[in-house]
Write a protein that binds this ligand. Sequence first.
Ligand code: F6P
Length: 324
Amino acid sequence: MNTNKIKHIGVFTSGGDSPGMNAALYAIAKSAEVNDIKVSGFLKGYEGLIDGDLIPFKSHELKKITQKGGTILKTARSKRFLELEGRKKALQTLKANKIDALIAIGGDGTFRGLLAFSEICDIPFIGIPGTIDNDISGTDYTLGFDSAVNTAIENIDKIKDTAESHNRIFIVEVMGRDSGYIAIHSGLTTGADAILIPESGKDFIYLLNKVKNYNNEEAFLVVVSEGDELGAELVASKIKEINSDVDLRITRLVHVQRGGNPSAFDRMLGIRMGVAAIESLLQGKKNVMVGISHNQLHLTSFKEVVKQHQVNNELYELLELFGK
Ligand code: F6P
């Protein structure tokens, strides 16, 4: 029985969709229902908040979508919410619908939005990290990262078959706007010869050393993060400067990585984080994001969460070792 003053929660997904968001939505609906709290879902992220575009949530309907990728609430990157005018409209929506807490699932831009919103709106906000990029401080894993890496791996394995058949160099570009996590995980686990990420300054030097010794008689796989400062085209032309005889192709995996059914890990993470978000509200928490470290859920303030993410040292060391 919910004795807390929270009676009606609003929830939305924002930024790039990521597999596992739907599982989190189901868990939020279920946990709220058990605690006698009404839940409404805002459509298209902050846009729905501004326009008052909302739908009621029922857990028995949502359990059918736990296994589905994307987000049933739809999502957007809202320019209007960046303006105070947009945030004021969103505040009116919350008041008009008597919403006394908000849960947002999204990336760092989403949490920056909530921080700005907290200056004019004092109801509690809870965040759930949902982005395939895994670039959020305060959690070891974001929702969707594991699924995206699995999709990348599945595709890179296929590319390797054809690369090996033709003794070609393949440069595979994976997603990650400012983050090399998908590249590191998918590159290491597919036996890439070189991995290029935005966070490293040495990776290109390792690549050039390897290319100097490349004899065109085997496959050579480069996994490059889209956020890398060089990018696939420039890397390709640098390789050709060293060895003009190479047979080279570029493949971009792009949005394929964002879609598809969530992995078991992301479904479970969504369910755990969704329930934790409701429990945090019941415990009176506000302006914090649910994260996971050492397989334990914990809360981190939005102010910490929006700080620049770091690739951990162990991963750097792996990159050095396998880059040589
Ligand atoms: O959601 C994260 C992400 O997929 C990044 O990896 C990528 O850079 C960006 O979103 C692409 O965004 P959009 O789909 O809006 O082009």
